[in-house]
Design a protein around this ligand. Structure first.
Ligand SMILES: [Fe+2]
Length: 497
């Protein structure tokens, strides 16, 4: 795309797209089930300079984030994003800006689309979901959207890898788009995501604190929804299925429920599941099967197998009656009054976690959550505490559970436990389990955050993402650091056989 044309389109989007995002219905729409595709911007098109223009010049703390254009195509509020990949399907979600007819063309060769989904009628500002199914396992598919007869750009995805395959997945730590200049620079985020896209990962995992509601000036369905729409402009550029992990700043938690549909937890979780297709238990995924009033299935903890690896996402926030970290609307100082024995994964999640690990025959096992216990600072430093690891006092506090979380992971040979929250790269190990803390993807100060909380391990400052390659020879983890104005570099890597 030529720069003058791009600039004109971009200026148009700034004036034309923002109103769509704020004019959408108050009620959270359920994604329609239909096929679709869009002109998704590539990471290259969203150059740091251009993308930077979409950001407000200043974002004072305590203000609502303005809705930003999330697609370079004015026909869409948000370009397509992938989710829920299985052995035979993938789900695509797109948000049209105007009513339109959508279908997807796809096939196993680039440019040769031998199949297509049924046309669907899509409404303006309403996420439209399409299940592309009947696919072959262990196969790369190429697809493109067709809207109102106009074909979009080609993208691709991979169905479940077979055992013995070599593949890559990528993962990022807390993006915190609300912390502009302090911990977030949009141009740097685009650069990190562009680097991730170049890895052609089978999927991309975001570890939480990507949709912070607790610094919004006004918290209501629309302002919460805008956080999820806005994040699409970035995560959508990776071009891989996105898995979300719940963070404390999402405020999607049991402790925030009040029995009505009008509270921040309902708004956050509903927005999340409306704008990002996440897994629920089915023939491919296991996970949280308990619906919650005013939300439905939470899709907050889930597991799947891909190649030789088991992937498990666990959620500390949705099953703890006690507030886990900062309580919404309450001064953070109140955190010190908690009894952390009251913070829990809950019985259903614990039993699922233990059973899944005990019955998995996968050679490698990965566990992802926002943080040990969902709160605090540090990795292995906290792993001996409370439900996570206080074995001597466990029976008194968790009758019927015979192992702490750490004991369950160690006994079942979890390869790597991934966490965020502390905004720094640290690799540690405890009882044969690697504790991998994730850096921020877009911190322009490249700072060491919470470094003093870590008394051991390999430590590196921000920013960047992790590239994890799984192969029959073992696992390679690389910290790919991103810099403004400089090439990316692999700062540190390690292998696990
Ligand atoms: Fe964070």
């Amino acid at each position: 795309m030529k720069k003058p044309l791009f600039t004109l389109i971009f200026i148009f989007l700034l004036t034309a797209c923002a109103p769509f995002a704020t004019a959408a219905p108050t009620a959270m729409p359920e994604p329609s089930q239909t096929p679709m595709v869009s002109e998704q911007a590539t990471a290259a098109e969203l150059s740091p300079t251009k993308q930077g223009q979409a950001e407000p010049a200043k974002k004072p703390k305590g203000r609502n984030q303005p809705a930003a254009p999330t697609s370079t195509n004015a026909d869409f509020v948000a370009a397509e994003i992938l989710g829920r990949p299985t052995d035979t399907s993938v789900t695509v979600n797109v948000v049209p800006a105007t009513p339109m007819t959508i279908y997807y063309e796809y096939g196993t060769e680039s440019g040769a689309y031998t199949l297509q989904t049924a046309p669907q009628s899509a409404a303006a500002n309403m996420p439209l979901e399409t299940l592309i199914e009947g696919l072959r396992p262990n196969t790369r598919y190429y697809y493109r959207i067709n809207h109102n007869g106009v074909a979009g750009a080609e993208h691709s995805f991979v169905t479940q890898r077979a055992p013995g395959s070599t593949f890559t997945f990528d993962i990022q730590g807390d993006s915190h788009p609300e912390r502009v200049k302090n911990q977030f620079d949009a141009s740097l985020y685009v650069k990190t995501l562009s680097s991730a896209a170049a890895d052609r990962p089978d999927f991309y995992i975001a570890i939480g604190d990507d949709f912070s509601v607790d610094t919004l000036k006004d918290v209501n369905p629309e302002t919460v929804r805008a956080l999820y729409v806005n994040q699409r402009q970035w995560l959508g550029t990776v071009g891989a299925p996105i898995f979300l992990v719940n963070g404390n700043h999402e405020q999607a938690s049991l402790a925030n429920l009040d029995g009505t549909p009008d509270n921040v937890a309902v708004w956050a979780q509903t927005s999340r599941n409306t704008y990002f297709p996440q897994p629920a238990p089915d023939s491919f995924y296991t996970g949280d099967a308990e619906p919650v009033e005013h939300i439905g299935l939470l899709r907050d903890y889930y597991a799947w197998t891909w190649g030789d690896a088991l992937f498990m996402v666990i959620d500390p926030y949705w099953h703890s009656p006690q507030t886990v970290d900062n309580q919404f609307g309450v001064d953070r100082d109140q955190k010190k009054n908690r009894d952390l024995w009251n913070v829990t994964l809950g019985d259903a999640q614990y039993q699922w976690f233990k059973h899944t690990l005990e019955t998995s025959t996968a050679r490698y096992k990965f566990v992802f959550t926002h943080h040990v216990l969902g709160t605090g600072r540090g990795g292995v430093e906290l792993a001996g505490g409370y439900e996570w690891g206080d074995a001597p006092h466990f029976a008194a506090h968790r009758p019927g559970w015979n192992q702490t979380i750490q004991q369950v992971m160690a006994a079942n040979h979890v390869t790597i436990f991934f966490q965020g929250h502390d905004h720094i790269f640290v690799k540690q190990e405890l009882d044969g389990v690697i504790y991998q803390t994730l850096p921020e993807p877009a911190n322009p100060n490249y700072s060491w955050e919470n470094e003093t909380a870590y008394q051991s391990g390999e430590k590196f400052p921000n920013s960047g993402h992790l590239r994890v390659t799984v192969s029959p020879a073992g696992i390679t983890v690389e910290y790919v650091r991103s810099y403004l104005g400089q090439p990316d570099e692999v700062t540190f890597s390690y292998t696990v056989e």
